[in-house]
Design a protein around this ligand. Structure first.
Ligand code: ATP
Ligand code: MG
Length: 236
Protein backbone atom coordinates (compact mmCIF):
# COMPACT_ATOMS: atom_id res chain seq x y z
CA UNK A 1 0.00 0.00 0.00
CA UNK A 2 1.17 3.53 -0.65
CA UNK A 3 1.33 6.12 2.09
CA UNK A 4 -1.35 8.80 1.98
CA UNK A 5 0.70 10.90 4.38
CA UNK A 6 4.35 10.51 5.20
CA UNK A 7 6.84 12.48 7.24
CA UNK A 8 10.57 11.93 7.55
CA UNK A 9 13.18 13.41 9.86
CA UNK A 10 10.83 15.84 11.60
CA UNK A 11 12.55 18.13 14.13
CA UNK A 12 10.26 20.64 15.80
CA UNK A 13 11.13 23.35 18.32
CA UNK A 14 9.18 25.78 20.47
CA UNK A 15 11.74 28.53 20.80
CA UNK A 16 14.84 26.87 22.22
CA UNK A 17 12.92 23.80 23.35
CA UNK A 18 13.56 20.84 21.05
CA UNK A 19 10.37 18.75 21.12
CA UNK A 20 10.48 16.36 18.14
CA UNK A 21 13.79 14.61 17.49
CA UNK A 22 13.78 13.26 13.96
CA UNK A 23 10.37 11.60 13.75
CA UNK A 24 9.52 9.32 10.80
CA UNK A 25 5.80 8.71 10.45
CA UNK A 26 3.36 7.56 7.81
CA UNK A 27 -0.28 6.60 7.32
CA UNK A 28 -1.33 4.40 4.42
CA UNK A 29 -4.56 4.94 2.55
CA UNK A 30 -7.42 3.62 4.68
CA UNK A 31 -5.15 2.75 7.61
CA UNK A 32 -6.02 3.45 11.27
CA UNK A 33 -2.95 4.56 13.22
CA UNK A 34 -2.90 5.09 16.99
CA UNK A 35 -0.38 7.69 18.14
CA UNK A 36 0.47 6.95 21.77
CA UNK A 37 2.68 8.24 24.57
CA UNK A 38 2.56 9.84 28.00
CA UNK A 39 1.61 13.48 28.53
CA UNK A 40 3.99 15.94 26.97
CA UNK A 41 5.79 13.43 24.74
CA UNK A 42 4.98 15.36 21.56
CA UNK A 43 1.85 13.72 20.12
CA UNK A 44 -0.08 16.93 19.51
CA UNK A 45 3.09 18.65 18.33
CA UNK A 46 3.61 15.91 15.73
CA UNK A 47 0.04 16.34 14.45
CA UNK A 48 0.53 20.11 14.27
CA UNK A 49 3.86 19.62 12.48
CA UNK A 50 2.17 17.45 9.84
CA UNK A 51 -0.43 20.15 9.23
CA UNK A 52 1.89 23.16 9.24
CA UNK A 53 0.26 24.59 12.38
CA UNK A 54 3.76 24.60 13.79
CA UNK A 55 6.61 24.59 11.29
CA UNK A 56 9.16 21.81 11.72
CA UNK A 57 12.70 23.19 11.58
CA UNK A 58 13.77 20.29 9.37
CA UNK A 59 12.08 17.32 7.78
CA UNK A 60 9.76 16.56 4.93
CA UNK A 61 6.00 15.98 4.87
CA UNK A 62 4.19 14.51 1.85
CA UNK A 63 0.41 14.30 1.49
CA UNK A 64 -1.12 12.32 -1.36
CA UNK A 65 2.19 12.38 -3.20
CA UNK A 66 2.71 16.11 -2.82
CA UNK A 67 5.50 17.67 -0.74
CA UNK A 68 3.72 20.21 1.44
CA UNK A 69 6.82 22.28 2.23
CA UNK A 70 5.70 25.68 3.44
CA UNK A 71 2.08 25.34 2.35
CA UNK A 72 -0.47 27.06 4.56
CA UNK A 73 -2.42 24.77 6.90
CA UNK A 74 -5.63 25.49 4.97
CA UNK A 75 -3.98 24.29 1.74
CA UNK A 76 -2.64 21.13 3.42
CA UNK A 77 -6.11 20.38 4.81
CA UNK A 78 -7.61 20.73 1.34
CA UNK A 79 -5.42 17.84 0.18
CA UNK A 80 -7.96 15.62 1.98
CA UNK A 81 -7.44 15.92 5.73
CA UNK A 82 -9.89 16.69 8.52
CA UNK A 83 -8.45 17.65 11.90
CA UNK A 84 -10.31 17.56 15.22
CA UNK A 85 -7.91 19.26 17.66
CA UNK A 86 -7.69 18.61 21.40
CA UNK A 87 -9.61 20.86 23.74
CA UNK A 88 -12.86 22.64 23.03
CA UNK A 89 -14.13 26.18 22.80
CA UNK A 90 -13.81 26.37 19.04
CA UNK A 91 -17.52 26.99 18.51
CA UNK A 92 -18.92 30.26 17.28
CA UNK A 93 -22.41 31.62 17.53
CA UNK A 94 -23.66 29.23 14.88
CA UNK A 95 -26.32 26.55 15.08
CA UNK A 96 -25.55 22.87 14.68
CA UNK A 97 -27.13 23.02 11.20
CA UNK A 98 -24.98 25.99 10.18
CA UNK A 99 -21.79 24.37 11.44
CA UNK A 100 -22.44 21.28 9.33
CA UNK A 101 -23.67 23.01 6.19
CA UNK A 102 -20.76 25.45 6.17
CA UNK A 103 -18.24 22.62 6.30
CA UNK A 104 -19.71 20.70 3.36
CA UNK A 105 -17.48 20.00 0.41
CA UNK A 106 -16.60 17.19 -1.96
CA UNK A 107 -13.53 15.09 -1.30
CA UNK A 108 -10.38 15.48 -3.43
CA UNK A 109 -11.70 12.71 -5.67
CA UNK A 110 -14.95 14.66 -6.13
CA UNK A 111 -16.94 12.21 -4.04
CA UNK A 112 -19.56 13.26 -1.54
CA UNK A 113 -19.96 10.08 0.47
CA UNK A 114 -20.67 12.03 3.64
CA UNK A 115 -23.72 14.22 3.27
CA UNK A 116 -25.67 16.29 5.79
CA UNK A 117 -28.27 13.49 6.03
CA UNK A 118 -25.66 10.81 6.60
CA UNK A 119 -23.91 12.78 9.32
CA UNK A 120 -27.26 13.26 11.10
CA UNK A 121 -28.03 9.54 10.73
CA UNK A 122 -24.65 8.81 12.31
CA UNK A 123 -25.18 11.26 15.17
CA UNK A 124 -28.92 11.25 16.00
CA UNK A 125 -28.19 13.53 18.98
CA UNK A 126 -27.16 16.27 16.57
CA UNK A 127 -30.32 15.78 14.53
CA UNK A 128 -32.33 16.59 17.68
CA UNK A 129 -30.37 19.79 18.25
CA UNK A 130 -30.13 21.38 14.82
CA UNK A 131 -31.14 24.83 16.03
CA UNK A 132 -28.98 24.80 19.16
CA UNK A 133 -25.94 27.02 19.14
CA UNK A 134 -22.66 25.13 19.15
CA UNK A 135 -21.71 26.92 22.35
CA UNK A 136 -24.86 25.56 24.05
CA UNK A 137 -24.06 21.90 23.47
CA UNK A 138 -22.72 19.50 26.08
CA UNK A 139 -19.09 18.44 25.82
CA UNK A 140 -20.02 15.16 24.15
CA UNK A 141 -22.33 16.87 21.68
CA UNK A 142 -19.61 19.40 20.80
CA UNK A 143 -17.24 16.52 20.14
CA UNK A 144 -19.82 14.85 17.89
CA UNK A 145 -20.32 18.14 16.07
CA UNK A 146 -16.54 18.43 15.58
CA UNK A 147 -16.40 14.95 14.08
CA UNK A 148 -19.59 15.50 12.04
CA UNK A 149 -18.16 18.72 10.64
CA UNK A 150 -14.91 16.91 9.82
CA UNK A 151 -16.85 14.22 7.91
CA UNK A 152 -18.75 16.87 5.92
CA UNK A 153 -15.43 17.67 4.20
CA UNK A 154 -15.25 14.09 2.86
CA UNK A 155 -11.66 13.58 4.01
CA UNK A 156 -9.26 10.79 3.08
CA UNK A 157 -7.62 11.14 6.50
CA UNK A 158 -9.30 12.03 9.79
CA UNK A 159 -7.12 13.17 12.70
CA UNK A 160 -8.62 12.93 16.20
CA UNK A 161 -6.59 14.38 19.07
CA UNK A 162 -8.16 13.25 22.39
CA UNK A 163 -11.69 13.17 20.97
CA UNK A 164 -13.11 11.29 23.99
CA UNK A 165 -11.30 13.27 26.70
CA UNK A 166 -13.56 14.10 29.64
CA UNK A 167 -16.67 12.44 28.19
CA UNK A 168 -19.09 10.12 29.98
CA UNK A 169 -18.65 6.42 29.18
CA UNK A 170 -21.90 6.24 27.20
CA UNK A 171 -20.95 9.17 24.95
CA UNK A 172 -17.46 7.78 24.61
CA UNK A 173 -18.86 4.48 23.38
CA UNK A 174 -20.98 6.36 20.86
CA UNK A 175 -17.89 8.13 19.53
CA UNK A 176 -15.93 4.88 19.25
CA UNK A 177 -18.83 3.28 17.41
CA UNK A 178 -18.70 6.13 14.91
CA UNK A 179 -14.94 5.85 14.54
CA UNK A 180 -15.41 2.19 13.63
CA UNK A 181 -18.02 3.14 11.03
CA UNK A 182 -15.65 5.72 9.58
CA UNK A 183 -12.89 3.13 9.45
CA UNK A 184 -15.18 0.67 7.65
CA UNK A 185 -15.78 3.25 4.90
CA UNK A 186 -12.06 3.30 4.11
CA UNK A 187 -11.12 6.69 5.57
CA UNK A 188 -7.64 6.62 7.14
CA UNK A 189 -7.26 7.99 10.65
CA UNK A 190 -4.69 9.05 13.20
CA UNK A 191 -6.08 8.70 16.70
CA UNK A 192 -4.59 10.06 19.92
CA UNK A 193 -6.46 8.87 23.00
CA UNK A 194 -5.84 7.86 26.60
CA UNK A 195 -8.00 4.75 26.21
CA UNK A 196 -5.29 2.26 25.24
CA UNK A 197 -7.61 -0.77 25.43
CA UNK A 198 -9.87 0.63 22.71
CA UNK A 199 -6.88 1.62 20.57
CA UNK A 200 -5.43 -1.90 20.76
CA UNK A 201 -8.74 -3.21 19.41
CA UNK A 202 -9.29 -0.55 16.80
CA UNK A 203 -5.97 0.47 15.25
CA UNK A 204 -4.06 -1.32 12.50
CA UNK A 205 -0.77 0.13 13.69
CA UNK A 206 0.58 1.83 16.82
CA UNK A 207 3.27 4.47 17.16
CA UNK A 208 4.66 5.24 20.62
CA UNK A 209 6.45 8.52 21.21
CA UNK A 210 8.85 9.05 24.11
CA UNK A 211 10.33 12.53 24.44
CA UNK A 212 9.79 13.29 20.78
CA UNK A 213 11.21 10.03 19.44
CA UNK A 214 9.43 7.01 17.99
CA UNK A 215 10.19 4.01 20.23
CA UNK A 216 7.59 1.63 18.77
CA UNK A 217 6.01 1.38 15.32
CA UNK A 218 4.10 -1.81 14.71
CA UNK A 219 0.88 -3.75 14.95
CA UNK A 220 -1.19 -4.37 18.08
CA UNK A 221 -0.18 -8.06 18.33
CA UNK A 222 3.27 -7.41 19.78
CA UNK A 223 1.84 -4.90 22.28
CA UNK A 224 -0.76 -7.41 23.44
CA UNK A 225 1.77 -10.26 23.63
CA UNK A 226 4.41 -8.29 25.55
CA UNK A 227 2.71 -6.02 28.08
CA UNK A 228 6.05 -4.64 29.24
CA UNK A 229 6.28 -2.39 26.16
CA UNK A 230 3.17 -0.47 27.21
CA UNK A 231 4.17 -0.58 30.88
CA UNK A 232 7.53 0.96 30.11
CA UNK A 233 6.41 3.64 27.66
CA UNK A 234 2.83 4.47 28.64
CA UNK A 235 2.90 3.46 32.28
CA UNK A 236 -0.06 1.09 32.34
N1 ATP B 1 2.94 26.21 22.23
C1 ATP B 1 3.92 25.66 22.97
N2 ATP B 1 4.97 26.39 23.40
C2 ATP B 1 5.98 25.84 24.12
N3 ATP B 1 6.02 24.55 24.47
C3 ATP B 1 5.00 23.76 24.09
C4 ATP B 1 3.89 24.27 23.32
N4 ATP B 1 3.05 23.26 23.08
C5 ATP B 1 3.58 22.17 23.68
N5 ATP B 1 4.76 22.47 24.29
C6 ATP B 1 5.65 21.52 24.99
O1 ATP B 1 6.08 20.54 24.05
C7 ATP B 1 6.09 19.25 24.64
C8 ATP B 1 5.17 18.33 23.86
O2 ATP B 1 3.84 18.77 24.01
P1 ATP B 1 2.61 18.11 23.24
O3 ATP B 1 1.43 18.97 23.48
O4 ATP B 1 3.00 17.84 21.84
O5 ATP B 1 2.50 16.73 24.03
P2 ATP B 1 1.37 15.61 24.00
O6 ATP B 1 2.08 14.31 23.82
O7 ATP B 1 0.31 15.97 23.03
O8 ATP B 1 0.82 15.66 25.48
P3 ATP B 1 -0.69 15.49 26.09
O9 ATP B 1 -0.91 14.02 26.18
O10 ATP B 1 -0.59 16.12 27.42
O11 ATP B 1 -1.63 16.18 25.16
C9 ATP B 1 5.67 19.45 26.10
O12 ATP B 1 6.82 19.54 26.87
C10 ATP B 1 4.92 20.77 26.07
O13 ATP B 1 5.03 21.40 27.31
MG1 MG C 1 -1.68 16.47 23.23
Amino acid sequence: MSAFLSATGIHTFYGASHVLHGVDFHVDAGETVALMGRNGMGKSTLLKSLLGIVSPRTGKVTVNGRVVGRLETSAIIRLGIAYVPEGRGMFHNLSVREHLVMAARAGIDGKRDWTYERVLDTFPRLAERLDNLGTHLSGGEQQMLSIGRALMTNPRLLILDEATEGLAPLIRREIWRTVRTIKATGIASIIVDKNVGVLLDLADRHIILVKGEVVYDGGPEALKADKTILERHIGL
